[in-house]
Design a protein around this ligand. Structure first.
Ligand SMILES: O=C(O)C1=C[C@@H](OP(=O)(O)O)[C@@H](O)[C@H](O)C1
Ligand SMILES: C=C(OP(=O)(O)O)C(=O)O
Length: 461
């Protein structure tokens, strides 16, 4: 069957499903204090990049602590399809034998990206400067997300695209070699777009520059340097300027992936909200471009202590001790949004139980994540009995002052829209509710945090 026919078929299947197949509904009910010590899985952003950069280095990269979630496994499958060896050892160490920058092979089938925006956008960048044609497909959620933001800069380097009129998957990318080095100023604060352009620059002779008016997570910069790429990072007129020198040669690395702060976030909020909790979450990555949620929760009165601050794999890490706290509403400064962009769903849950009003603004990007997270969380929290107002760019939440939310009424379920963070945030709402919160589907949780439900139960055991 030709690629485009196969693709269309997969896409029709994808679009028909607005939940995992079959869906796994579940009611999350009141739970006891969270105590003891837990560890969350490895950072998703760092895990994706470890595999991609390992696949471009000549020799063996070893990765421990890799997140074995569906999104990262989609990246691993794609890199295998383009010639790298990506294997998990019995000791859970991943070994990646790369092909070298410029030497990716033509995949012989569509690259199936599942639910993962990071895989899709970063791989589009990587492939754009290789003489490769690749088809990208995704699930119903990913197939609605905007790819124009990467198509624009990658077209400037000379790559060409066939996508639907809305610039969404399924999408065919024709890479180009030699590609043209560009200077690109990010029109949206997006680490995925920044990374796509920098990764394209790896196999582009000359200097590819990204200008970042609003700083976003800097894992790509740290890791590209770690793998031996020449990268200049400076500041001009208050904007970050990142220049990568191509064509780069990458050296294999030993990487230890720190725990994901975006996954730790659910346990931090759960421990703050459940009476009697005193929980230590070990080995949490605290890169300043990621960790703003913990500062906002402290401003709300949350007791979150950093123990044994150290460095793991070139990233700041600490164990977080979190104790039950009475929270108060705050106005969240929109300047911190990029440093906690994935944490708003669970912050909204904290706000719903805080004393007084929490206001958030500058959250337009939340509307183009796995779901429209402003609409999805407003609907979910209202269904569970919270007082929420939705604006174009944020939510205003009037908290209960600690009184449990009633929970979802008999027969009603929160719609999770194939969005892992909506599912986990509302699971946390469930464990502090009076009657429990029913979710239509917990399947999506496996994209970023396959052990979430088990860990949540064990933390209260
Ligand atoms: O670069 C990354 O690893 C990510 C960047 C963010 O997306 P945007 O760049 O679209 O903001 C974030 O939401 C996503 O979970 C992971
Ligand atoms: C937005 C997210 O991921 P991605 O863009 O990779 O799908 C997320 O994990 O919250």
């Amino acid at each position: 069957m030709p690629l485009s026919k196969r693709l269309l078929h997969q896409d029709q299947i994808g679009r028909a499903l607005s939940h995992s197949n079959p869906p796994s509904p579940k009611r999350f009910v009141k739970q006891g204090a969270l105590t003891g010590r837990i560890r969350v899985p490895g950072d998703k952003s760092i895990s994706h990049r470890s595999i991609m950069l390992g696949a471009l280095a000549v020799g063996e990269t070893r990765v421990t602590g890799l997140l074995e979630g569906e999104d990262v496994l989609a990246t691993a499958a794609a890199m295998r399809a383009m010639g790298a060896s990506v294997e998990r050892g019995a000791d859970a160490t991943w070994r990646i034998n790369g092909v070298g920058v410029g030497a990716l092979l033509q995949p012989d089938a569509a690259l199936e990206m599942g639910n993962s925006g990071t895989s899709t956008r970063l791989l589009m960048g990587l492939i754009a400067s290789h003489p490769i044609t690749a088809m990208f497909t995704g699930d119903a959620s990913l197939s609605k997300r905007p790819m124009g933001r990467v198509i624009d800069p990658l077209s400037q380097i000379g790559a060409s695209f066939e996508a639907s009129s809305g610039g969404t998957l399924p999408l065919m990318l024709r890479g180009i070699s030699p590609a043209v080095p560009i200077t690109y100023r990010l029109p949206v604060a997006s680490a995925q777009v920044k990374s796509a352009v920098l990764l394209a620059g790896l196999n582009t002779a000359g200097i590819t520059t990204v200008i970042e008016p609003v700083p976003t997570r800097d894992h790509s910069e740290r890791m590209l340097r770690g793998f031996g790429a020449k990268l200049d990072v400076g500041e001009e007129n208050g904007e970050r300027v990142i220049a990568i020198h191509g064509e780069a040669e990458l050296q294999p690395q030993d990487i230890v992936v720190p725990g994901d702060p975006s996954s730790a976030a659910f346990f931090v909020v759960a421990a703050l909200l459940v009476e009697g909790s005193d929980l230590v979450i070990e080995n949490v990555g605290l890169n300043p471009t990621r960790a703003a949620l913990f500062d906002v929760l402290r401003d709300m009165g949350g007791q979150i202590e950093e123990l044994d601050r150290r460095e793991v794999g070139g990233e700041p890490v600490a164990d977080l001790r979190v104790r039950h706290s009475a929270l108060i509403g705050v106005e969240v400064d929109p300047a911190v949004v990029p440093a906690m962009v994935d944490e708003f769903p669970v912050l909204f849950v904290a706000a719903a139980l805080a004393e007084g009003t929490t206001t958030t603004t500058g959250l337009e990007e939340l509307r183009v994540k796995e779901s429209d997270r402003l609409a999805a969380m407003a609907a979910a929290l209202k269904l569970a009995g919270a007082r929420v107002e939705e604006q174009e760019d944020g939510l205003t939440i009037h908290g209960t002052g600690g009184t449990p939310l009633p929970g979802t009424p008999e027969g009603a379920e929160v719609t999770t829209h194939l969005d892992h963070r909506i599912a986990m945030a509302m699971a946390v709402a469930g464990i502090v509710s009076r009657d429990g919160v029913a979710l239509d589907d917990t399947g999506p949780i496996a994209t970023s945090f396959p052990t979430f439900e088990r860990l949540l139960e064990s933390a209260s055991a």
